[in-house]
Design a protein around this ligand. Structure first.
Ligand SMILES: [Zn+2]
Length: 81
């Protein structure tokens, strides 16, 4: 599994929708790749924030998060507000 694949499947991991094989490859990649490990931690934080701020309403959390992250990644990593 490479960084691109990890990025694409990150949300499956958080949604517990990843299959076992992918998940073990995913976790192996994280332990080898500080960049993805950091993204993972960051995404987890974001997920917590999103859940806290929007409760149970509206878009499913994973979808919201996917949108937010895509916007943010599109502008680079420095757009934390
Ligand atoms: Zn990576």
């Amino acid at each position: 599994m490479d960084c691109t694949k990890v990025k694409e499947t990150l949300f499956l991991f958080f949604d517990n929708e990843m299959d076992q094989t992918d998940q073990s490859q995913f976790e192996k990649h994280l332990s080898d790749c500080p960049q993805c490990a950091r993204r993972m931690r960051y995404t987890r934080q974001l997920l917590i924030l999103v859940r806290r701020s929007c409760g149970r309403q509206a878009a499913p959390t994973a979808l919201r998060l996917r949108i937010v992250t895509r916007l943010r990644l599109g502008r680079g990593a420095q757009t934390l507000h």
